[in-house]
Design a protein around this ligand. Structure first.
Ligand SMILES: Cc1ncc(C[n+]2csc(CCOP(=O)(O)OP(=O)(O)O)c2C)c(N)n1
Ligand code: SF4
Length: 250
């Protein structure tokens, strides 16, 4: 007897099995996002934008109108979609390189303007698709292709604290959280609250998801989860940072 895998209704079954590496965290984030979309019943009015980077492998992931943008430009593309038709629900999906390096100006400006969109950023501490270069989120001492002796914070700065930055520059009507693929139930709750904040017209919503990139980290399964669950949260605190009405969790 075969058991059918449980997939969100809004996933496009024809494109499964997906194209991410075995053990990649993107699939878990997209599953949590898919379930949140299902539970809010917004599949028919959502526009999903994905960036360059491994997030682009999600361009045909959903049975949802999707657009794949230039590297770092997903936030302004989805901002344009939302401004053209405020009835739509706009989701911008990207990696940490896309959101905190090449597209950081877009994140800062969309957050400052309190654009009524939802940005989902997958933090895997490196540039995954291009072979594992150092990213703004690379941990101090972490070895990457471009920091072979470990990230030196004296010359490259400290890891970018994205949600903390977004929380500092948005008004009270924004929603900001950091989840992790090691707690998909909580991550789904954060994604759902972020989308609800957009649905109710409150303002900007932002969720960073701590995620794994075993291919470039060169880690086995146990080492991958250890890094996600022990090393990353030392710098990236999990929980809600800004909730309208101030009912924070975590
Ligand atoms: C304008 C531009 N600059 C650089 C690149 C090369 N490039 C493609 S993917 C990528 C990094 C992706 O890393 P990240 O955004 O962290 O996503 P991940 O692959 O880790 O999910 C880069 C630099 C590009 N495609 N376009
Ligand atoms: S390179 Fe890393 S982020 Fe990209 S699909 Fe593979 S494991 Fe995932």
């Amino acid at each position: 007897m075969s058991v059918a895998p449980q997939m969100p209704k809004c996933w496009r079954l024809e494109t499964k099995v997906h194209k991410f590496c075995p053990g990649c965290g993107h699939g878990l984030v997209l599953k949590a996002l898919g379930e949140a979309i299902d539970e809010l019943d917004i599949q028919g009015k959502t526009v999903f934008g994905c960036d360059i980077g491994c997030s682009l492998l999600a361009w045909d992931f959903f049975n949802i109108d999707s657009v794949q943008t230039h590297h770092g430009r997903t936030t302004p593309v989805i901002t344009g979609v939302k401004r053209a038709n405020p009835e739509l629900i706009g989701i911008a999906y990207m990696g940490d390189g896309g959101g905190y390096a090449i597209g950081s100006q877009h994140l800062v400006n969309a957050a400052s303007r309190n654009e009524k969109i939802t940005v989902v950023l997958v933090n895997n501490t490196n540039y995954g698709m291009t072979g594992g270069q150092m990213a703004p989120t690379t941990l101090p001492g972490q070895k990457t292709e471009t920091s072979p002796y470990g990230r030196d914070v004296d010359s490259t700065g400290n890891p970018t604290q994205g949600p903390e930055m977004v929380a500092a520059i948005t008004p009270e009507s924004a929603y900001v959280a950091r989840g992790t693929v090691s707690n998909v139930r909580q991550l789904k709750k954060f994604l759902k609250r972020a989308l609800e904040n957009q649905i109710s017209g409150n303002g900007f919503s932002f969720v960073e998801a701590l995620s794994g990139c075993p291919t470039n980290w060169r880690t086995n399964a146990a080492e991958t989860w250890k890094f996600i669950e022990e090393a990353m949260p030392q710098y990236f605190k999990i929980g809600e940072l800004k909730v309208p009405g101030d009912k924070k969790e975590g």
